[in-house]
Design a protein around this ligand. Structure first.
Ligand SMILES: Nc1ncnc2c1ncn2[C@@H]1O[C@H](COP(=O)(O)OP(=O)(O)OP(=O)(O)O)[C@@H](O)[C@H]1O
Ligand SMILES: [Mg+2]
Length: 432
């Protein structure tokens, strides 16, 4: 479960307890370094897992090295800061710069504590957006965008991100892991199939849903905890934070062949409920999807708040997004219908093509059957060798596959800037 991290000086124990009680009364989970001191690693881990950080601002905390480290970590992770001033401390340079811009509540305000708790509760309740990277046309860059754009989002804007490989081809999983690792994971049901059916990661005595294509298990199950289902892509040696993956596997193709509509409806419900549960532990959930309309497409569309469709700047891609928009509007009920954003992928870095310029000024809105020009992201992803799929190297950690972290090299800087610009534009959209 996620929590609010309370950064404080050990000297402010009374204020800490008072705050802890107030949060508890509103059922908001919190975490703070215990009085006997905790390791820096444990604090960092807990900050990475938190949904926000409350900073008790006091004469002693402004001088505390560990509070400063907490705030630096939070800033690097893009964590929401909610400072609360508990005495007349004079802020030093670091606090003036990093904390004061967020400082709105103090214990001298008549209802300072209530407001602090209310803002924390709003942050706790804020629903983590779910985004499906989708296009009914193949090879337009869905998997590249799922890994590189959202990897760059985590690396530059922070937040706890969960990638889910919903494509039976599981290219996203293969981006990060060698084939044998991906397959071993699937063989243990530590994969996407465990979002749909009860499997061996839910109960030792369960049978694997991957074993039989003819039976669908409609038995309910509790969503598996993070350490049994998710792969932590920001593992050893990484810059930190949370980027997790639920790996894919071919056997989820079985749903495309199933004929029992009632069972499929139940299985879709399992998927939707499980994703809903994971929303409380992440700040963003992203699906990489298959390039055709199947049961999995419907599941992704019903769970998603937004569809991000990569497209190439050509007429074939235009058809792909026309179809996609049709599927969204004809197949999904209005209240479940996700918003659509479209991203030009593999564009020339030096000049905008006439196709892109015309698409942006509305020339193709008629052909697309909807206002394409209005949903196009301003940022586009250039064609670049750095974005071409490379097989993961043995002994290389998963996060090294991300362009945002993949070292130095000619031409990397502009690509990273493009990835960050796309992430920032998307973040602004989903938070609007
Ligand atoms: N901006 C880019 N620059 C260079 N190569 C790219 C770019 N985007 C994608 N590619 C390459 O194009 C190919 C297809 O990309 P990708 O696998 O991401 O597409 P996809 O839409 O996920 O495909 P599928 O429909 O099979 O799932 C890959 O080889 C990838 O490396
Ligand atoms: Mg793909």
């Amino acid at each position: 479960m996620s929590h609010v991290f309370i950064s404080h000086s050990a000297k402010d124990f009374d204020a800490l307890l008072e705050l802890h009680e107030a949060l508890r009364a509103e059922s908001i989970p919190d975490w703070y370094v215990p009085n006997d001191g905790g390791s820096r690693d444990l604090a960092d881990q807990s900050i990475d897992d938190a949904f926000a950080m409350i900073i008790l601002v006091s004469a002693s905390s402004v001088r505390s090295k560990s509070v400063r480290k907490d705030v630096e970590r939070a800033k690097a992770r893009g964590l929401k800061l909610i400072p609360y001033q508990i005495d007349k401390a004079r802020l030093n340079g670091f606090f003036k710069h990093e904390v004061q811009p967020h400082l709105r509540y103090s214990s001298t305000m008549p209802d300072g504590m209530d407001k602090l708790v209310a803002e924390t509760k709003a942050a706790y309740k804020r629903k983590c957006p779910v985004m499906a990277v989708m296009n009914l046309k193949g090879g337009v860059g869905k998997t590249t965008v799922s890994s590189q754009v959202f990897g760059a989002w985590q690396g530059s804007l922070g937040g706890r991100i969960l990638l889910i490989d919903l494509d039976p081809q599981y290219n996203l999983t293969q981006t990060f892991f060698e084939m044998d690792i991906a397959d071993a994971s699937a063989a243990a049901d530590k994969s996407v199939i465990s979002l749909f059916e009860r499997s061996r990661i839910h109960a030792r005595d369960a049978s694997s849903p991957a074993e039989s294509w003819l039976t669908l298990s409609i038995e309910p199950f509790a969503p598996a905890p993070r350490d049994t289902l998710m792969h932590d892509l920001m593992g050893e040696g990484s810059p930190g934070g949370r980027l997790d993956l639920i790996s894919g596997q071919f056997e989820i193709s079985k749903y495309a062949f199933a004929t029992d509509g009632g069972a499929l409806a139940r299985i879709k419900q399992h998927f939707l409920q499980t994703v809903e549960r994971y929303r409380s532990e992440y700040d963003l959930i992203v699906f990489d999807t298959n390039p055709n309309a199947t049961f999995l497409t419907r599941c992704a569309l019903e769970a998603a708040d937004r569809v991000l469709a990569p497209m190439h700047a050509d007429v074939y891609s235009l058809r792909g997004v026309r179809l996609l928009n049709q599927v969204i509007n004809e197949q999904i009920e209005p209240e479940k219908r996700p918003d659509l954003s479209i991203l030009f992928n593999a564009v020339s870095r030096s000049e905008q093509s006439s196709f892109e310029a015309e698409a942006r000024n509305g020339t193709y809105d008629g052909k697309a059957g909807f206002a394409l020009s209005k949903v196009l992201l301003k940022a586009a992803l250039p064609r670049s060798g750095h974005l071409q799929v490379k097989a993961p190297q043995e002994d290389q950690p998963a996060w090294k596959q991300l362009v945002i972290h993949s070292g130095r090299g000619g031409g990397l800087k502009p690509i990273r800037e493009s990835l960050k610009a796309i992430a920032l534009e998307l973040k602004t959209l989903v938070e609007a």
